[in-house]
Ligand binder design. Structure first.
Ligand code: LLP
Length: 421
């Protein structure tokens, strides 16, 4: 793995580079630090798992939309999964092949669908009104749109309710009892729509491959039914990728190979092309969110490590109660006592924590502290609450050099929104 701490000297390294040295060489503010080689390794794990199948790896841009990272994933061979017109524009700017892109979502706007139609990206059909809009977009763009039906298979993904999408209370997708209506509508619009596949997405952070298998069994049955009506279905899209090991406690989680192997025979038996849409498992573990300790305090019952980063830059613990591993980047001071701390930011909210009840050696002022597995749904969900500015991003390249891959937002950037009013 890219971030390692050696027992010899107690320093955290990213691809051999001391994180402390990076802290000492950049602006004094929180930042995201990525390993470029780890992104490649994560991609390779999916690529190797998919050997022997026709496939598209559609990277879910919502997980992390850094342009340099997008360009790197595109060069490796990824397509892209998009949930807004702006994500589509960014994917095009990053050079993604539109025929490897999938536009997905339950509230796609007509103007964005027109762009998707013009560019020739796949579009997922999510509802009756969505189908109407896709037909309208096809007419405006004078292009036939390749569509997949997003079917909600009602499989429990066994994850936090906020990231579960493929069950019967979900706002996403169409239920099987309505399938025939959608098939009839597609048949009624032969100039606008070409039905090429079926899509499902059960949820995010799934760590049991049987769940994917259960859904794939249901999906190929739907595909059989759809084919029986004369449609030439080519694609099975099984949605997002695997969850990752956020706990760093030695658990053995399934790999992309384990995931693909559970669906391989099903896909081959129907002669399908498999689409998979990983976000988290491509990018989460490639990154740490790097902070400095502002100070340590106790209120009598709880101890707090107060850092310069916060829920504004990284909201997953506050929003989902998510666990992300935390550690200090340098060896503790010789007399540092180990205690249990809440690791909190300076934001004016009691929800502003990055970790609760963490055992840490008491850090000194200015000590570097990282939140691990911060590559997915962290920077892309950052806000400017309390006028915290969105942090800069750096990556370590193959030769060990550290490069800035996005500027940090500044106060002047913020003030610019008021210019000319
Ligand atoms: N495809 C679709 C249709 C999706 O809705 C998602 C994620 C993905 C692919 C990518 O899933 P992944 O491979 O990353 O699990 N903000 C939450 C995660 C929300 C995921 C939304 N959909 C979090 O921080 O945990």
């Amino acid at each position: 793995h890219c971030f390692t701490k050696s027992d010899d000297d107690g320093f955290l390294r990213c691809e051999g580079v001391k994180v402390q040295d990076v802290i000492d060489s950049v602006d004094k503010r929180p930042f995201y630090l990525y390993s470029k080689p780890q992104i490649t390794r994560n991609f390779d794990a999916y690529h190797e798992a998919l050997i022997g199948l026709r496939s598209i790896i559609g990277y879910a841009i919502k997980a992390n939309n850094n342009l340099k990272i997008l360009e790197h994933l595109r060069q490796l061979g990824c397509g892209a999964v998009l949930v807004s017109g702006n994500e589509l524009r960014l994917a095009l700017r990053a050079g993604f092949d539109p025929t490897k892109c999938i536009f997905n979502g339950n509230g796609k706007l007509l103007e964005d669908l027109v762009l998707a139609a013009k560019e020739g990206v796949f579009v997922n059909v999510d509802s009756e009104f969505d189908l109407e809009n896709i037909v309208a977009a096809a007419r405006i763009a004078a292009k036939k749109v390749n569509v997949l039906l997003r079917i909600n298979p009602d499989v429990d993904p066994q994850v936090h309710p906020y990231v579960a999408t493929g069950n019967k209370n979900s706002k996403f997708g169409i239920r099987n009892e309505k399938l025939q209506w959608f098939l009839d509508e597609v048949k009624a619009h032969p100039d606008e729509l070409k039905l090429v596949g079926a899509h499902c997405h059960l949820g995010s952070t799934i760590t049991k491959v049987d769940i994917f298998k259960d859904a794939a069994v249901l999906m190929v049955n739907y595909i059989d039914q759809i084919r029986d009506q004369g449609f030439e279905i080519e694609y099975l899209n099984i949605g997002g990728g695997l969850g990752i090991d956020y706990y760093h406690a030695g658990a053995v989680l399934p790999t992309p190979m384990d995931l693909i192997n559970t669906v391989r025979e099903l896909v081959l038996s129907r002669g399908l092309t498999l689409i998979i849409e990983p976000g988290r498992s491509l990018i989460a573990n490639t990154c740490c969110f790097v902070n400095r300790v502002t100070g340590v305090k106790t209120n009598g019952t709880k101890n707090f490590v107060v850092i310069d980063g916060s829920m504004a830059e990284l909201i997953r613990p506050s929003l989902y109660g998510a666990y992300q591993h935390i550690e200090l980047v340098s060896p503790p001071l010789p007399d540092a006592e180990v205690s249990t701390f809440d690791v909190v930011g300076p934001v004016c909210e009691s929800a502003d924590f990055l970790g609760k009840d963490r055992e840490l050696p008491t850090p000194g002022k200015g000590a570097g502290l990282v939140v691990h597995d911060a590559g997915a749904y962290c920077m892309s969900m950052a806000s400017t609450y309390n006028l915290k500015m969105r942090p800069p991003e750096y990556w370590v390249e193959e030769d060990g050099s550290v490069k800035k891959i996005r500027h940090g937002e500044t106060f002047e950037d913020h003030v610019r929104f008021f210019e000319g009013l």
